[in-house]
Every structure is written in C-alpha cells, then in structure tokens.
Design a binder for this molecule. Structure first.
Ligand SMILES: Cc1ncc(COP(=O)(O)O)c(C=O)c1O
Length: 391
C-alpha cells in the first residue's frame, strides 16, 4: 500500500473551472480572483479578502501595508515555516523569536510578553497545523503595547477560535493555498482584514502599487490610460487560472473540513493509548482545521539532553514507515536552527528549547479527505509497532 502524507482533492469541477479563463482568454488577476475572494469572505466571515500569489507574499504585503520599516521588531514563533520571519527580514526589520508551547506548537505568550521592547511594532502569531493561537492572549498583549497583529493563518483554513474563523482577529490574516493545505490553487494566498483602508493598500501593493487594477482599466472607457504608481509595490498577483480552481475548491470546502476532522478523530481514537506519542490537543473553545495531524514523539520526556538521541530514533521510525509505503513528515521546522538565522543572530538550540524539541521530534501522519478505513488502519497498525521495532 502507498499512503502519501496528503492528497489534494481535484475532480471534474476543478478541471472545468480551469478551462473557463482559458476560453475567455483572460488568465491574469481578474473576475475569478474577485469571485474567489468573495467565496473566501463568505466562508471566513472576514470583511475583506485580497488574493495573492502565496501566503508568503500575502504576509509580505500585509507587513508592508502596515508600514513595517528598518529597525522595527516583530515577535514571531520560533517553530514555524521559514517564511514567517522571512517577511520581516524582507522589510529590513528584525524578527524577534518567541518559544512555543509543546502541547499546541503555538506561541508561548509569557515568553512573547518578555520580548516586547520600545522597538516592537507587531506580532505575527501562527495558527500552526490548523490550531489557532490563543488569540485573546495575543490581542491583549498587542493592545497593552500598541502593536499590530498579522495572523499567519497559512494552515488556518477551517480553524476556529471561540466560534470565529482564523484570520479575523488581527489587523490582517494570511492564508496559504499550497497543496499541503486544506484547499489549494497550486500556489496561492489570501489576506483577510476588517480594515477597508488596509485592504485597499494591499490590493495596490500586490499589483506594483497601482491605483487601479488591470481589469478595472480594461473594462472602463479610456482603457489606454495606465494606472498611477505612487507607491513601491510588487507583482504578487494570483492568476485567474489559480482562482478558478480556488472557486471550485471553496465549493467543496465544507466536505473537505468534515473529512479532515473524521480522519483526525479516528487517529485520536486509535492512538489514544500510546504513551510514546503525544497527539494533537484541542483546548476548549477551539476547532482544529487539521491542515496536518502532528504528534510529538516522546518515548521519554523530551529535553535538550536527550533530543538528539530521540531525534535519531524518530527518524528510524519514519524510515521504517517509509519502507512500508507510509509517508510521514516532521511538522514544520525551527527557522532559528536554519543557517540564515543561526548565522545572522548566532542562535543555539538552548535559546529555544521547545522549538528545538518540536523541530526534532514532531511527526505528521498521513491525512487527506477520502482516506479509507483500510488505509488508516494500515497506518495505525504499522505505527503502533514502529516505536519498539526501531528502539
Ligand atoms: C506556518 C506557515 N507560514 C507560511 C507558509 C508559507 O505559505 P506559502 O507556501 O503559501 O507561501 C507556510 C507554508 O507551508 C506555513 O506552514
């Protein structure tokens, strides 16, 4: 049996959708991007949605639109995809890394509070793997110090906190439509915000800083007049080919959500008795989106003293599963341990013990809509044997 880590869901709807811009000939950002944004607004409850070419570019736009400047500091978790701190670096500002809680993999608020300085301007909390960060705590910290909040909701599709969808809490939220995410457009991203002015600035920044979109220009009289370009922008636009696929994905989003939860619940049930594997915890008031089902490998209580030995053991376990056709992955990585950040800031694993442990010992299990009972039973059976067998 071959069990991939995930599988995007594509059917006749996506195939038909992608033909429509090909038939009209309008393939760049246009009517399908607008339709996709509308569907995303309806699903998330966000007031404004601005599509971009990825979550990374969405975050880049958001921090630029908020006026991030050289010398500013932004608090980011130390266990996240590298693009979260990267967007701060692109603006020549400084990402200030905060350790995470091992039971949620999200930002530790006490540590975050201790990192605020007179140069701190914002917080970039991450809703990792589909579990929201503690947004009451984040917003409280932000309010006390006058900071903006941009939610890295790359994994946050169908992630809910106290009944509200990820991406509606901060000044802006940014989503990813990479194929590892719940819905996909190949590559793609979305900015959500309740702030009309920020939405407008974001629309302009994604399009070279233009005062109006190409579609608006081409569908008005005097289409020969170019827009004005009064601010430095980017080409971070989503294409209509991608957005057409995104519209079809949005139509199946409720089913995708139900399926992801179904598979996660079955893992919860079937693996609950394994002391060596900490399963994803969902605190009261949270609904997990299960972008990924990420566990912590802990055959012994993990610490910096045993993490390298346990890491080697976890990798033997993952190799054994791979040999049996089962793909697993580490949850994500700790950018602080990656060459760019290690070299630039001189970080060592002991600076961020939980992020280091999460980096070395996290274990994502296969999860995709339509995963059959037989496939999941095979994963469970093999996984249950794998710890002892690779000791
Ligand atoms: C937490 C987090 N932030 C940002 C990103 C970047 O998303 P994208 O690939 O759409 O730029 C990812 C992607 O994996 C992610 O997991």
């Amino acid at each position: 049996m071959h069990i991939p880590i995930t599988k995007p869901v594509f059917g006749a709807e996506e195939r038909e959708a992608v033909l429509r811009p090909l038939e009209t000939g309008w393939v760049v950002q246009g009517p399908f991007v607008a339709e996709f944004e509308g569907k995303f607004r309806a699903f998330s409850g966000a007031d404004h949605a601005v599509a971009a070419s990825s979550c990374t570019t969405a975050m880049h736009i958001a921090v630029a639109a908020l006026g991030l400047k050289p010398g500013d500091e932004v608090i980011v978790p130390a266990f996240t995809w590298v693009s979260t701190p990267n967007v701060v670096e692109y603006m020549h500002a400084r990402p200030v890394f905060c350790d995470v809680d091992l039971d949620t993999f999200n930002l530790n608020l006490e540590h975050a509070a201790s990192l605020v300085t007179s140069r701190t301007v914002g917080i970039l909390p991450v809703h990792l793997f589909g579990l929201c960060a503690d947004m009451d705590g984040v917003l409280d910290l932000a309010r006390r110090h006058g900071l903006w909040v941009v939610e890295d909701a790359a994994c946050g599709f169908n992630a809910w906190y106290k009944g509200r969808h990820a991406g509606v809490f901060g000044d802006a939220g940014c989503f990813s439509f990479h194929p590892r995410k719940a819905i996909t457009t190949g590559e793609g991203g979305m900015i959500t915000t309740a702030n009309a002015e920020l939405a407008g600035r974001s629309r302009s920044l994604r399009d070279h800083g233009a005062s109006r979109s190409d579609l608006a220009r081409h569908t008005a009289s005097a289409a020969f007049l170019l827009a004005d370009y009064d601010q430095l922008g980017f080409n971070f636009r989503m294409t209509d080919l991608q957005a057409a696929v995104g519209c079809a994905q949005m139509d199946r989003a409720p089913w995708i959500g139900v399926e992801r939860t179904r598979v996660a619940r079955e893992y919860d049930r079937a693996l609950a008795d394994l002391a060596w594997l900490a399963l994803p915890r969902v605190p009261d008031g949270y609904a997990h989106g299960y972008q990924a089902y990420v566990c912590l490998f802990q055959p012994e209580p993990p610490s910096l003293d045993n993490v390298d030995r346990l890491h080697a053991w976890r990798n033997r376990l993952m190799t054994r599963l791979e040999e049996r056709g089962i793909a697993t992955r580490q949850g994500t990585h700790a950018p602080v341990l990656q060459g760019f950040y290690r070299t630039k800031y001189g970080f060592a694993p002991a600076d961020f013990p939980h992020a280091t442990i999460a980096d070395r010992l996290s274990l994502a299990l296969p999860l995709y809509p339509g995963m059959t009972g037989e496939e999941q039973a095979y994963v469970v059976t093999e996984l249950r044997q794998a710890c002892d067998a690779t000791r």
